[in-house]
Design a protein around this ligand. Sequence first.
Ligand code: GLY
Ligand code: MN
Ligand code: MN
Length: 405
Amino acid sequence: MIPKNRREKLLSQFDEGALVIISTNPEQYRNGDVHFPFRPHSDFWYLTGFKEPEAVAVFSKDYYTIFLQEKNLEREIWDGERLGVAKAAQTLNANQAYPTNKLKVQLPQLIKEATTLYYDFKPCALDDEIIQCLDGVKTQSLGEHLHEMRLIKDDSEIALMQKAADISVHAHQLAMQQVKADLFEYEIASIFDAEFRKNNTEHAYTPIVAGGGNGCILHYIKNDQVLNNGDLLLIDAGCEVGGYASDITRTFPVNGKFSKAQRQIYQIVLDAQLAAIACIKPGEIVTKAHQVASQIIQQGLIDLGILQTDGYLSQFYMHGTGHWLGLDVHDVGSYRQGKQHRQYEIGMVTTVEPGIYIRKSDKINSIYWDIGIRIEDDVLVTDNGNSVLTKALVKEINDIENLMK
Ligand code: GLY
Ligand code: MN
Ligand code: MN
């Protein structure tokens, strides 16, 4: 669906007098005069398709006005070409376009004509300007409605997600084939940097490349340690295409051969992941995958004597089994409908990512110390169950060992 149709679909849920205001992300300084690479706000990108900073979209059933940066020869010499006001209305399918610095003077009139304003307060400077103009106009959350739309992906969005998945799968395959003892985590991370850039894509999130015990640090991003013979390597990395993320984790032995203890723990995680993926289908409750995965992991750890029957599973498995995936890696959309947990519907995309993380402890046999394993795939809900977008990437023990030979 193109942005125009998305705006129309959104507005079709609202009264005649509804007005939507949405701004993109601000630019962020990294240091001195240096910016982080700009990424539009996902909601704004979804509704406008516009990727420049400093933009605000205002639309109702009758009109669409885009406010954007003016052309500025000097700034464009430094930062690159801007669309500019003159071409914006036609390019972006809007009725009118104005420079962003005209928003403040136009806001009172725009808001005055509305009965309900759909806007998400952030906070930011625009919030204050809007509040000053409200004068009795009701406000409602935009995200509540918009995020329900974003939760269900159409064919064009799924195609982008499949492309992101394919590029990420290939990068993970290269990492499995190229890893060896004494390389550093950042050398393996550079495989992902290169593959993603070669395909004109970007990381959807900061990658985790974690050897040995670092795999037990859930948000390990330093990626600067040496990889030791006999250790596992956990890699959580994915690119985004057209803004749509992939999110993949694989865990494999640095030397290409799982030890007995690694194999035991890995097989529990894999069994949990496969059982959880089987729960992803239309009509199934979204909490089921986590229940099923947790139960398998709990029993597996008890059988190995790692977890006591009255012990806490959260000591070894302390995160959820998945999250929505889309324009944001932890994508928008509620996990509930009213007071109930919601059910999967066709077009939703979720990750499935159980794990086991065993830190050093006198209470645990040392053969299991520093084993951190997560297996993560991206799963689309389809009419006959699900389709794993990342299924091309091996995860059975034998398949991993064969690929690494
Ligand atoms: N890569 C982020 C996550 O798995 O949630
Ligand atoms: Mn994830
Ligand atoms: Mn991940």
